[in-house]
Design a protein around this ligand. Sequence first.
Ligand code: GLU
Length: 549
Amino acid sequence: MTRKDLANLMFPNVVDTIYTLEEKYPKRNLEENKVVTRYAPSPTGFIHMGNLLSAFIARKIAKDTNGIFYLRIEDTDNKRKVDNGITKILQDLANFSIIPDEGVVEEDKQIGNYGPYIQSQRKQIYDVYAKYMIENDLAYPCFCTEEQLENIRTNQEQKKERIGYYSKYATCRNLSIDEAYKRIKNNEKYVIRLKSKGDFDKRIIVNDLVRGKIIFPENDIDHVLIKSDGIPVYHFAHVIDDHLMRTTHILRGEEWLSSLPLHIQLFSMLNFEIPKYAHLGLVMKIDENGTRRKLSKRKDPESAISFYHEKGVPIEAVKLYLMTIANSNFEAFLDANPNASIDEFKFDFKKVSASGTLFDLDKLLNISRNYISRLKAEEVYDYTLNWAKEYDIEFAKILEKYKNYSIEIFNIERNQKKPRKDYETFSTIKSQVWYMYDEYFTNLDYKWGKINDKKEISEILSTYINKYYNEEDDKDTWFDKIKQLAEEFGYCSNIKEYKLNPDNYKGNVSDIATVIRVALTTTTISPDLYMILKLLKENRIKNRFNKLL
Ligand code: GLU
């Protein structure tokens, strides 16, 4: 028996060779500096903030160089599959304008010459390399049972030795070809293991784009490459896929850092060029007790992409925030170029924090607030309506019924150098503008200011409406009249004068304005009162005053 016989027995149906595969998936015809990268999720249908960040950066570096960003689905672990998992992932990505140039683009559609891009459809490809490795003494079948492996582990633990299937513990390594052949013929269950030639006492140096030079011991563990069901493990599929798909840059979470020596070893054993690696730190948060911990899918609603959709946070704001945590110099860039788009900023691996990033929801919401303040009123209207159609149908109906009026409301103090920043998200807008709609102006709880005497309030309101109010007044005229009203009731119309001699007056003009403001909005804090009066118009104003008179 030869190795070839053994390989043929194990892989009777393999037609390709490693050479024909090189021809089928040739080096891409791209200039040197162009990045080919990917996002490679399991089809769980859920994208965590950390994953989104790496997909976002991957997309960005490909775009910065006019390279290629593709989507590969890593479904070798069947347990993690959910129905429509791919569609959900694609939708979440598309919401962030992360559209793959290549790879899986719909649940049942793939584009590009380097596919299939779904691992479960690539078994024949993995088999070619597994067969090659068996033939060339780079891998071997291992028949150890769970129990035997457990014994090895206990033994190692007792002796305080490194855990794993290596050197003297790797018993199946030394089986003769004949023996292995016979046991396979006998239908014994087996996995395929790497025959590592690494030496744990030797070191390898890897250059990580985020972390710089890292020194590791060589891998000497005979890792499983193919499980007993014929499905490859991540390590094996990663090396083959990223080679054949001609990936130049691999961005992934730091949880893969410890397997890097194995991956480097596999690339070398198969004579593949080693791609560039960037291991991104965890996305963390500071929890209630002040400790740093990983942003958790289970505990932190903000870790799910859908959270932002429900909250009505503009996608663009989330993207800006992602960019600020991706590159530490982005914020300064944004301050200097407040209207620039992310595309104008060049991503730099040197500006990525290796120790991970702290996820700060308040900061994200602040970016959202700034972003919304710079939108046009019509855009605010469209976004809010879209949000409301999904989450607050009653408000959506009101917005549709009073379209122009609503746009005018959203326009208050907007077209100015420093626009007002009342709206944190589209879901909070109603709580800022409800009083502008009669439909919501019921069950009122007035929060009066300095003037809270019912009789005085009534007198101020009726004097204002009967004597001073005129719908046609421009802002200066309007304010002059408010001042006259103030004087009439013994309130100083000039703030400076009031500050000098407060005892001469009951208060000042702003106390009078507050009475009108509260009567119309129930609250002492609102945008420009003149604009509110303008938009509410005479009838509504009179009705609201009458409620109090
Ligand atoms: N499927 C792997 C994961 O979800 C991808 C890691 C990689 O990008 O290589 O963690």
